[in-house]
Every structure is written in structure tokens, then in C-alpha cells.
Write a protein that binds this ligand. Structure first.
Ligand SMILES: NC(=O)c1ccc[n+]([C@@H]2O[C@H](COP(=O)([O-])OP(=O)(O)OC[C@H]3O[C@@H](n4cnc5c(N)ncnc54)[C@H](O)[C@@H]3O)[C@@H](O)[C@H]2O)c1
Length: 311
């Protein structure tokens, strides 16, 4: 059934793909974004756009009165692990207080369900057993992961007290078109941008640290499926760990990168392996990743080729 979907962070990397997927699924979409890291050119012209900060309850109230959303896909956040170590209070203000303000307005306006962007990479910490399941103990090692875990707990209380349903989607390492090449989080975006312009790429440490890379269209599809399926916490990953050297080799070939690989010092405190078992999402959301790493990286490099001014 078509719904009125509000996508917070819809001018950002992942949010803009969710907006597109929701519209293609027949939903009516509105976007709330303060353009902190989001870009106006990412705003889908088929969606209504409100330049609003999620911490601003009065502005949210006006948006909800105008849009009357039935479902929210909540992507707006500060999303950088290292940034959170530097500014833990700002991460709590935007990610925790901002989410709470959104939930308060949502429950008052009778919203049915919230899908929240959570994180598999930062919420589990260093697990002895991989892949992580949703029942693995969550011990975030940084304020970013802690802020997302706090949001998951608040979502649980809103379902318990007000019947506001939720899916907390614990994404793996998301990559794809529109990811910021200047950011610190997206290794694929950073490497692709530098390789396409033949600038040296430095791999942190030995490059054998492993991540669960998920193509952004698969993340968007998980949000679309969660409109009608599931309740609670879901890993949205492939269940397949890939090391950074492998990603760099793939990208080098795709980008015709000719310089040799460089390794720098390892980042202290970085998790060695992060991999997310998707069994629950497969069973309850009918979701599984569909885009292989090879295919996803090829699509990503093709997109960066179009937009990067190759010198
Ligand atoms: N990229 C990943 O690999 C990854 C992995 C796990 C989870 N996530 C989560 O997915 C979501 C989207 O991340 P992304 O990678 O697209 O990052 P992004 O920075 O591109 O998107 C975040 C969006 O939120 C907006 N925003 C930030 N603060 C806001 C505020 N106070 N009010 C309104 N809007 C605000 C930004 O302008 C931006 O458009 C985030 O919640 C992030 O924590 C991302």
C-alpha cells in the first residue's frame, strides 16, 4: 500500500538512494535535512524538501502537520567514528537528542513505523565470533556507535509505551554513487576518487582488516522492505568479510590506477574484523544483498568517472 514516507537525511549519500527507492516503490516522499553533509543536488525533485534540523521540534512539528507521514526512514545523523571521538557531545546532541525529538513528534502525529539507520560496523565492537548476529553482545568502542545503540534502546521504549513500531537496520560498510570522497568513513569513495585522478592511495596498516561491504541500492531496498515487514533489530550485511587490500586491488583495476600500493601506520583502536550475519533479515524482511562486490565496485567507479574531474 502506498505510504507517506518522511526520509530524514534524504539529501545525504544513503538517504538520497532511499528516497529514490521509496518513490519507485510507489510511496509519496518528503525529506528533512539540514544540509550539514547532505547536498542540495542530491535532493530528488519528486520529493518535497524541508531544510530543517532534526533537533528543532517546532520546525519538525510544522513538517509533520504539512506532510502527515505514516512511516519514517531516519537517516539523518553525524556518521563519522573519528569525528565522534573528537566531538562526543555533538554526536549525542544530533544522534540521540535529535532522534528523541523526532520520535516525540512522530508519536504525537500517529506515525506507524520508524526505520532507523543503525550500524553493524560500530555497534558490536571487537567480537570473538564472526559474523555478528543480532544477539551478539553490542559493545560499541566509540561515541558514534554508543549513540546509535542508545537510539535503538529508545526505539524499543517507544514501541513498548506507544506502539510506535520500528526496524533498526544495522548497516555494514555502505558504498556506492554519491558517497563523499572527502569524508573519512567511506574507503571505497576515497580510494576511487584518488585512483581515478592517479593520486597516491595509502592503506592503513597491513590492509588485512576485514569489513562487510554492502552496495547502497541493497541498503535502500532493505528500507523499502521494512515499510511492510519486520520489527526490531536487523543486520543488513552480506555475511562475507572482505579485506581492504582486496577492495583496493579491485578498484585499481577498474580505475586504471598505475601507482603502486602504499601502506601507512595502522589506525589505533580500529576494529580488526566486522561482518554481519543477515539470517534474520533474510527470514523476516525477505532481504538479502543482491549486488556482488565486483558489480557494486564497477557501478561505483563508473559513477565517479562521470563526476570526478580527472586531471
Ligand atoms: N555510510 C555507511 O557506511 C553507514 C554505515 C552504517 C550506518 N550509517 C548510517 O546511515 C545514515 C546515513 O549515512 P550516510 O553515509 O549517508 O551519511 P551522510 O552524511 O551522507 O548523510 C547524513 C545526512 O544527515 C543530514 N543531517 C546531519 N545532521 C542533521 C541534523 N541535525 N538535522 C537534519 N539533517 C541532518 C546530513 O546533512 C546528511 O544529508 C546515518 O545515520 C549513518 O549513521 C552509514
Amino acid at each position: 500500500m502506498p505510504e507517506r514516507v518522511l526520509v530524514t537525511g534524504g539529501a545525504g549519500f544513503i538517504g538520497s538512494h532511499i528516497v529514490e527507492a521509496m518513490i519507485n516503490a510507489g510511496h509519496t516522499v518528503a525529506i528533512v535535512d539540514n544540509l550539514h553533509t547532505g547536498k542540495i543536488e542530491n535532493v530528488n525533485p519528486r520529493a518535497e524538501f524541508f531544510q530543517v534540523d532534526i533537533r528543532d521540534s517546532a520546525a519538525l512539528e510544522r513538517v509533520f502537520t504539512a506532510v502527515r507521514p505514516s512511516v519514517i526512514s531516519h537517516q539523518a545523523a553525524l556518521a563519522n567514528v573519528r569525528g565522534s571521538l573528537e566531538y562526543p557531545d555533538q554526536y549525542a546532541e544530533v544522534n540521540v537528542i535529535g532522534t528523541l525529538r523526532l520520535l516525540e513528534v512522530a508519536r504525537r502525529h500517529g506515525v506507524r513505523k520508524v526505520m532507523m539507520a543503525s550500524t553493524g560496523g560500530a555497534i558490536y565492537g571487537e567480537l570473538p565470533q564472526q559474523p555478528a548476529t543480532e544477539d551478539s553482545v553490542a559493545h560499541p568502542l566509540d561515541p558514534y556507535g554508543a549513540s546509535k545503540l542508545a537510539c535503538e534502546h529508545y526505539l524499543f521504549t517507544y514501541r513498548h509505551n506507544y506502539g510506535l513500531d520500528y526496524c533498526a537496520l544495522r548497516y555494514g560498510n555502505v558504498y556506492g554513487p554519491r558517497q563523499d570522497m572527502q569524508g573519512e568513513a567511506g574507503v571505497v569513495a576515497i580510494f576511487a576518487g584518488r585512483m581515478l585522478s592517479q593520486q597516491p592511495v595509502v592503506i592503513n596498516g597491513d590492509g588485512l582488516q576485514q569489513r562487510d561491504f554492502v552496495y547502497v541500492a541493497d541498503i535502500a531496498r532493505a528500507n523499502v522492505l521494512a515499510v511492510d515487514h519486520g520489527s526490531g533489530i536487523y543486520n543488513i550485511g552480506t555475511g562475507v568479510p572482505t579485506n581492504i587490500n582486496t577492495v583496493a586491488h579491485h578498484l585499481a583495476k577498474l580505475a586504471d590506477y598505475t601507482l603502486s600500493e602504499e601502506h601507512g601506520p595502522a589506525k589505533p583502536g580500529e576494529v580488526r574484523t566486522s561482518c554481519l550475519g543477515p539470517a534474520r533479515a533474510m527470514q523476516e524482511l525477505q532481504w538479502r544483498s543482491q549486488v556482488s562486490l565486483t558489480e557494486g565496485l564497477a557501478r561505483t567507479v563508473a559513477w565517479y568517472r562521470e563526476v570526478v574531474q580527472v586531471v
